[in-house]
Design a protein around this ligand. Structure first.
Ligand code: ATP
Ligand code: MG
Length: 252
């Protein structure tokens, strides 16, 4: 009998009927979403629609009110601290605004997640190899000993991307990776995201207001509106849509 490799893709994030309120502010109101292994999906939504809240729920920084959420097969509703730590290792997170620690060098910023997760082989030599590998993949090996203040906005984003790679995550959540950058630098960052996705074989959810970024980096776009997954589809299909909510995002 021939043993065949199982080529079926698995879901890495499964969200069903997710609700999250802050007081009277009912932000997520029955949100559904699935991210398959190896997929890159963009999430569009107006400012304040709950995009950052959603990805904070995915890594357990914000507790959900109701609904089902599985990340890498683990249910987020019965999370022990140990499981949560393992999810946070496997899910890289690029914060809105890149958020490097200003008082730490680039090298120290990159070592930080490894030290926090007490990597088994965290002797200084292994740390340095991993830091250099991650910095090299974003083309910034020469910035190892620089301070964040010495970097341009685009370079800070690159370092922040390198930091998400350091633990070799299975999923990366990007919160506005091109936010605050000029269109040319934004495009470079979008291509860099594609490159690291291929190199590290990760899946990604990319929150963005930047349609060029969504077009370059993803094969599917989800629009978050009124707390729900309003519509999803390819860039090409949504761009042609006559739906007024969709058009709001695509009009020039
Ligand atoms: N920790 C919190 N406590 C209370 N309210 C919160 C908290 N975090 C977010 N909110 C509220 O949830 C709503 C959604 O916020 P969120 O940051 O997810 O928006 P967003 O879609 O990421 O917007 P932007 O595009 O501007 O980043 C907002 O009304 C915000 O005030
Ligand atoms: Mg946000």
């Amino acid at each position: 009998m021939m043993i065949q490799e199982n080529n079926f893709k698995k879901p890495v994030i499964e969200i069903k009927d997710l609700h999250k309120s802050f007081g009277n502010n009912h932000v997520l109101r029955g949100f559904d979403f699935t991210l398959m292994d190896g997929e890159n999906v963009a999430l569009l939504g107006k400012s304040g629609s709950g995009k950052s809240v959603l990805i904070k729920c995915i890594i357990g920084l914000i507790k959900i009110d109701s609904g089902q959420m599985r990340v890498l097969g683990q249910s987020m509703s019965d999370m022990t601290q140990k499981k949560l730590n393992s999810i946070r290792r496997d899910v890289g997170f690029l914060f809105q605004g890149s958020a490097l620690y200003d008082s730490m060098s680039v090298r120290e910023n990159l070592e930080f997640p490894m030290r926090r997760h007490h990597e088994k082989n965290d002797d200084s030599k292994t740390l340095l190899v991993r830091v250099e590998e991650a910095l090299d993949s974003v083309g910034l090996l020469h910035t190892l000993d620089l301070m964040p203040a010495e970097l341009s906005g685009g370079m800070k984003k690159r370092v922040a991307i390198a930091r998400t790679l350091i633990l070799r995550p299975k999923i990366i959540l990007y919160d506005e990776p091109t936010g605050g950058l000029d269109p040319i630098t934004g495009r470079e960052i979008s291509h860099l995201i594609n490159k690291v996705q291929e190199q590290y074989k990760t899946s990604a959810l990319i929150i963005t207001h930047d349609l060029a970024c969504a077009k370059i980096t993803t094969n599917r776009i989800v629009i978050l509106s009124e707390g729900k997954n309003y519509i999803e589809g390819s860039y090409g299909v949504l761009e042609q849509s006559s739906d007024p909510v969709v058009q709001e995002f695509f009009k020039k």
